[in-house]
Design a protein around this ligand. Structure first.
Ligand code: AMP
Length: 599
């Protein structure tokens, strides 16, 4: 859809000069993708020539692709762990990067149960900001009039810690929201939020969510887009409204603020915004007290044109619930990013979620691609070093694992994301996000792999020993029908002495024991963010897993190669499992979590 009185740009008619410049930038960068990549690599290698890391591989100051590719190995986080630990402990020598490491960004990916620490440098903020600045110009090509209203975005900061050497360690978005880039961003009519900075920056998650929701309600008629980073975050906001609307409408009616808002700066900000509005209060009260919340988002925010949330990858599980609450509003997935590096954006943000492709921006880092065979375990051996493919050389239809070399000093680093090429914009490829490797269960930003789940089951098994009971088989499922979602573990038990079988109390303690052994991102979701509900164990009848095998074999699985799936989500299998459940148990308490890292 074209925008009225527009300025011509290669991607379409831009709505203002600023947009035209951004679109022009996208056009030029993608058209010259290979040249830009060559320049980015040369820049990174030149400035980091004297780092300990590059010297170790005898690059001798070379900045060309061939030398780089022949001398530097592809690595994982674990390979870099010693260097990262030294930086964390206070070694300020140029280990990975010639520019000083300004802080660590804590990834939602974990290593040995703790968030990975990603080194970053000050100027990366400019690169992230640059990518953000491209999003609205692209959106304005498809949705006109976004300068006539505001965005209600639920954005949060999370807790931060310091490493032994004194560097801050915090999530990338916390770092961004607390930066001057965000706090003192110039006014842009296309990018006005209903949430004041004070609400976004309030470290208390209840006060932050409450005031953001209140501001969103006060300005309900101005809201043109609703969002959160991930789909799970927006659903959490809806759940929050369900639980707190009576107090919110009270505040709206009287113009007085909930006494649970105690942060002085936030209180002062809210005093300026909150005025009694009995009519609006009545309206919201009427809508929220209805039994049926179908379409609640469009009833309360009637001018919303789309939901701005990521629903690709693990978040796709939330699409039906979002559709239910929004009456099927378009879902826009605008960007693809990580703590290591921001990668790219969706140039067609109003497309269907299943069709979302991200265009990697060649200026963000040096990108390489490890061909991924969906049918193999993905192992590579020393004898046959894998051949990495350059950004412009990937082939449509093929799958690859993303490997990056960043300005902050990650060199040929495996991100762990599997992407499929869907096409090209000029010479820059566009990717469908297929999945993250080795993730079995995910509700919010937590990622639990098979080994972690196995360890959790083993931990819980300790409690069953005195009952002479073992777990014959297990599988799992991310249940997102509840808000927040929660992990469900199906257990088939072997009770050797039925006179001494584990009680309900013991089985619910097993749930907690499993949670205690899951990684810190999971436990933070449970404890601090309230983004994950209590873990549930469903005990199934004896013989259930044999039936599961029979079912798989009837559908063509080989009897010799059959392995119990450690995670299930195929409806007939779920139905089979659920029809065999004999008891259900929930974690009775929160697991332990503190912001401090174990290592
Ligand atoms: P983190 O390092 O915690 O910021 O997580 C980054 C990871 O989140 C990426 O490597 C992806 O696996 C996932 N991710 C980020 N953006 C998207 C997206 N638009 N769609 C699907 N997954 C995403």
């Amino acid at each position: 859809m074209a925008v009225g009185s527009a300025i011509s740009s290669p991607l379409g008619p831009a709505s203002c000069d600023k947009d035209a410049k951004a679109l022009q930038f996208i056009e030029e960068t993608t058209r010259n993708a290979d040249l830009v990549q060559e320049r980015v690599l040369a820049e990174i290698l030149a400035r980091n020539a004297n780092t300990e890391y590059l010297k170790r591989f005898n690059l001798n100051g070379a900045t060309d692709r061939d030398s780089f590719k022949s001398k530097l190995p592809m690595i994982t986080y674990e390979d870099l762990q010693p260097e990262i630990q030294r930086i964390a402990n206070g070694d300020r020598s140029p280990i990975l990067s010639a520019h000083p490491i300004s802080e660590f960004l804590t990834s939602s990916g974990t290593s040995a149960g703790e968030r990975k620490l990603m080194p970053t440098i000050q100027e990366e903020l400019d690169r992230r900001q640059l990518l953000y600045s491209l999003l609205m110009p692209v959106m304005n090509l498809y949705v006109p009039g976004l300068d006539k209203g505001k965005g209600l975005y639920f954005l949060f900061v999370k807790s931060e810690t310091k490493t032994p050497g004194g560097l801050l360690a915090r999530p990338v978005l916390t770092s961004y929201y607390k930066s001057e880039h965000f706090k003192t961003r110039p006014y842009d009519p296309y990018n006005v939020y209903t949430s004041p900075n004070e609400a976004i920056l309030c470290p208390d998650s209840f006060q932050s969510m409450y005031t953001q929701m209140l501001c969103g309600l006060i300005q309900r008629n101005q809201v043109l887009r609703l969002g959160a980073v991930f789909a799970s975050g927006l659903l959490r906001a809806i759940r929050f409204l369900q639980l707190n609307w009576t107090q919110l409408v009270h505040d709206l009616k009287t113009g007085t603020l909930n006494p649970r808002i105690t942060d002085p700066v936030l209180k002062e900000t809210m005093t300026r915004i909150l005025k009694p509005d009995p009519e609006m209060s009545n309206f919201i009260s009427k809508e929220c007290s209805k039994e049926d919340w179908e379409g609640i988002l469009t009833r309360i925010w009637p001018n919303t044109k789309y939901l701005d949330v990521i629903v690709t990858g693990a978040m796709a599980q939330y699409i039906p619930t979002l559709d239910y609450y929004s009456g099927g509003l378009p879902l826009a997935c605008t960007m693809y990013a990580s703590s290591e590096c921001y990668f790219g954006l969706n140039l067609n943000p109003m497309c269907k979620p299943s069709e979302v492709s991200y265009t990697i921006m060649p200026n963000m880092a040096y990108f390489e691609f490890l061909p991924h065979d969906p049918n193999s375990a993905g192992c590579t051996t020393r004898d046959s070093p894998p051949k990495l493919v350059d950004l412009v050389d990937v082939e449509v239809g093929k799958e690859y694992e993303l490997v990056i070399t960043t300005y902050a000093g990650l060199c040929r680093y495996r991100v762990g994301d599997i992407l499929r090429v869907t096409g090209f914009h000029n010479s820059a490829p566009q990717f469908h996000f297929v999945r993250r490797k080795n993730v079995l269960l995910s509700i919010d930003s937590d990622k639990t792999d098979e080994a972690e789940l196995q360890k959790a089951v083993e931990n819980a098994l300790q409690l069953l020993k005195e009952f002479n009971t073992s777990v014959v088989e297990y599988t799992s499922f991310a249940d997102t029908k509840t808000i927040p979602g929660h992990y469900v573990i199906y257990w088939e038990l072997l009770v050797k002495d039925s006179a001494n079988s584990p009680s309900e109390e013991v089985l619910s303690q097993c749930c907690l024991a499993m949670e205690e052994s899951l990684n810190s991102v999971y436990r933070q979701g449970r404890v601090a963010d309230n983004s994950i509900g209590p873990l549930e164990i469903r005990v199934v009848k004896n013989g259930t897993f044999e039936e599961l095998m029979d079912y798989a074999i009837s559908r063509g699985a080989s009897i010799n190669q059959y392995k119990v799936p450690r995670c299930v989500n195929f409806t007939p299998i779920m139905e089979l499992l659920d029809s065999r459940v004999i008891s259900t148990h929930f974690s009775p308490a929160l697991p332990h979590w503190t912001p401090e890292r174990k290592r």
